[in-house]
Design a protein around this ligand. Structure first.
Ligand code: NAD
Length: 466
């Protein structure tokens, strides 16, 4: 169902799903697997329409949408379908002497009605990926896609009710006022992806109902490059991961920290990499995307205006919201481009004196969502691993950790709280309930009950000391 109407709309939707959840329809494994299978069919049968909606919203090539969104959700679906029964199995827990005889286990139970709020930058992936976890965990879901990707939002609102169980899933389209209305409702879990500014509003709203929240936020994800690596290969990986989706990727390398021995050569290699990927004129490349809207375009051009001429790119065109893949060769540490998440195709290179300076630079700032360390020096790798905190750390690559379902994906501190992907996508929407079965006979608990005679006291002290 699609709902863009009043608060009554939100109240009705949540109430309806809560009632449906209460009937137990979402509990059976067969129902959950059927929803995952149906989501797969939704993608298979409407791939062209979805790619077109993504192209209209993001101005990016269809194959990029296929790689970064559609195939990604497909992979998560098949991984989850393959392993779900095992993940849901109760887990035996050892019982200490004091509770013997008895058996203990944990069981996963669905939380109830989940709100998924998604941003515009990967508007299909960031709706369906959390949603498939919530359904696999046996929840009902209210999905709020981003209003800044209206074509994808409309396609999801039209297709989801055709494929998924309408009793348990609702799509509510709209902007911040609709989101705010939704947030007044009591959910059993809120999964929010987007900026820290709205993340704070989500937390405040959730606090009123004591609702658990997962925040998938962003921030500045650094890349570090030293002189032990093949700079041509590194530059290609950096350029690809930075300029995919025109830099509007939460885990894109935001800036590069380069040691003196490599900084100039790295900039040259980045220029070559941009030419290799997008040709001499990226504006005419069918493989290069555009900026989401005028407001973000103006923000990015404003950041560029603060810098001396770009070493690579720097051109822009407001009419088509084109900003060239850009490299800034020597950026001051306190410049505007280093004070906020860039979220666009501008790659500043900041010069550091060496490993120590680079680690201190990162450790002194907000904990990033991702940290990319390009070095073959194992001692340096160890230092990065031990002395910095980030949602994830990747050695010699960028962004591809998202494609490993066994790796939890999420931030820490300012880059978010909670994680998902693979099994985590199910547990994040579940309560792990403690279950103990303690037979009435023999009554071993009598030992712990008064009257505490000297003999019993001595026995208890001996038993519980073990
Ligand atoms: P956005 O503007 O689309 O907002 C995200 C959601 O919040 C939308 O559904 C929107 O309707 C809602 N919203 C906006 N204003 C609101 C308000 N006042 N009250 C309630 N809801 C409101 O997206 P965005 O925030 O611009 O997203 C970009 C940010 O998201 C970047 O910081 C990026 O790094 C981060 N991000 C993180 C991940 C991740 O997986 N960690 C993924 C993508 C993007």
């Amino acid at each position: 169902m699609t709902d863009t109407r009043s608060r009554e709309g939100s109240v009705t939707v949540v109430g309806r799903l809560r009632a449906a959840h209460g009937t137990g329809i979402t509990r059976p494994l067969s129902w959950r697997l059927a929803q995952l299978e149906a989501m797969g069919r939704l993608l298979d049968e409407n791939g062209a329409e979805l790619e077109e909606a993504l192209r209209a919203d993001m101005g990016r090539p269809g194959i990029e949408s296929f790689i970064a969104e559609i195939s990604f959700v497909r992979a998560e679906l098949s991984h989850t379908r393959r392993h779900l029964a095992r993940w849901l199995r109760p887990r035996r827990v050892p019982v200490p002497a004091v509770a013997l005889p008895g058996t203990a286990r944990t069981v996963l139970e669905p939380l109830g009605v989940v709100l998924v709020m998604a941003p515009w930058n990967y508007p299909l992936l960031l709706c369906l990926s959390p949603m498939l976890g919530a359904l696999a965990a046996g929840n009902c879901v209210v999905l709020k896609p981003s209003e800044l990707a209206p074509n994808t939002s409309a396609a999801l609102a039209r297709l989801i009710p055709r494929y998924l169980d309408e009793r348990a899933v609702a799509v509510v389209e709209g902007g911040s006022s609709v989101a705010a209305e939704l947030l007044e409702q009591r959910f059993d879990s809120i999964f929010y992806t987007g900026s820290g500014r709205v993340g704070r509003l989500v937390l405040e709203a959730a606090a009123r109902h004591l609702t658990p929240v997962t925040l998938e936020l962003g921030g500045k994800s650094p890349a570090y490059v030293d002189d032990t690596v093949d700079l041509r290969a590194v530059a290609r990986r950096l350029a690809w991961s930075k300029y995919i989706n025109a830099g509007q990727t939460c885990v894109a390398p935001d800036y590069v920290l380069a040691t003196p021995a490599v900084a100039d050569r790295l900039v040259e290699r980045l220029a070559e990499a941009v030419r290799d990927l997008y040709g001499p004129d990226p504006a005419s490349s069918a493989d290069y995307g555009r900026i989401i809207n005028d407001q973000h375009f103006d923000r990015l051009v404003g950041l560029l205006g603060e810098e001396s001429p770009a070493a690579v790119g720097g051109e822009s065109d407001r009419g088509s919201r084109y900003i060239a893949p850009t490299v800034l060769a020597d950026v001051a540490r306190d410049s505007a481009v280093m004070r906020e998440e860039i979220f666009g195709p501008i790659l500043p290179v900041v010069r550091v004196t060496g490993l120590e300076d680079a680690i201190e630079f990162v450790a002194a700032r907000d904990k990033p969502l991702a940290l990319y360390v390009y070095t073959e020096d194992t001692a340096a790798r160890r230092q990065w691993l031990r002395r910095t905190s980030s949602g994830g750390i990747v050695f010699d690559a960028s962004i591809v950790h998202l494609a490993v379902p066994g790796l939890p994906f999420g931030g820490v501190g300012a880059s978010g709280t909670g994680s998902y992907h693979g099994e985590r996508s199910v547990t994040v929407f579940s309560h792990r309930k403690a279950v103990l079965v303690k037979p009435l006979r023999p009554e071993t608990l009598a030992l712990l009950m008064p009257p505490f005679t000297p003999r019993r006291t001595a026995l208890i002290r001996r038993l519980l000391r073990r």
